[in-house]
Design a protein around this ligand. Structure first.
Ligand SMILES: Nc1nc2c(ncn2[C@@H]2O[C@H](COP(=O)(O)OP(=O)(O)O)[C@@H](OP(=O)(O)OP(=O)(O)O)[C@H]2O)c(=O)[nH]1
Length: 189
């Protein structure tokens, strides 16, 4: 079904992330929020959750965007979800990721669903990028936590998210983190 608000959020994501690329490949960054929107739509999420998925990184990563602007342009429901998912970039990697895991138990169900779609796309693109990379070390060097911490934090986050989301999403998250660990072992063998 056509939604003018979702289309507006796609347009904002395209403009706000213009010029940014992903870490593990040369893909434009906006591939990530668009893929999240597809996962959310496939799981039957309502429009305001899809909009939050499209906009979830703009406050953290894009000049000129804050939660107040999201609220003014997309409403309080969308802004609240984006606020719940925005990390405090002044803290260390370890602190940000740990806080993110701890927050999952008490965040809204909508925010947990967006976080699960976010993690599912990040893990899936890591599986693809690690499989294609020249060496596992070159791949892991893009990630601030390095291999061991990134993998163990990913597992903890997936286990925190699993009871908060539908069975399908939980199963996909667990299968994808397992696949990432197993491709890493194969590539290093
Ligand atoms: N997997 C992956 N991530 C990329 C890529 N490009 C950018 N990112 C972003 O970078 C973060 C992971 O990189 P890290 O080095 O571990 O963390 P940091 O940027 O927050 O310091 C992810 O956010 P995050 O908040 O850590 O998300 P998550 O922990 O919920 O997955 C993700 O959205 C990419 O090609 N692959």
């Amino acid at each position: 079904m056509y939604s003018e608000d979702v289309e507006r959020a796609i347009r904002v994501a395209l403009h706000a992330h213009d010029g940014q690329t992903r870490k593990g490949s040369a893909d434009p960054y906006v591939v990530h929020p668009i893929h999240i929107a597809l996962v959310l739509t496939r799981h039957g999420a309502p429009d305001h959750v899809v909009q939050a998925g499209l906009l979830h990184d703009v406050v953290e990563d894009c000049d000129g965007w804050d939660v107040e602007r999201i609220e003014a342009e997309f409403g309080a429901e969308v802004a609240e979800i984006v606020a719940e998912l925005t990390e405090d970039k002044t803290r260390s990697w370890e602190e940000r990721k740990r806080a993110g895991i701890e927050k999952v138990a008490t965040m809204s169900a909508d925010a947990a669903t967006v976080k699960a779609a976010d993690k599912l796309h990040n893990l899936s693109s890591m599986v693809r990028d690690l499989a294609r990379s020249e060496s596992p070390d070159a791949f892991w060097s893009h990630f601030n936590g390095g291999r061991d911490r990134t993998l163990s934090m990913a597992r903890e986050l997936v286990e925190a998210l699993a009871p908060r989301v539908g069975e399908d999403l939980a199963r996909s998250l667990r299968a994808t983190v397992d696949m990432l660990a197993s491709i890493d072992r194969e590539r290093r063998a």
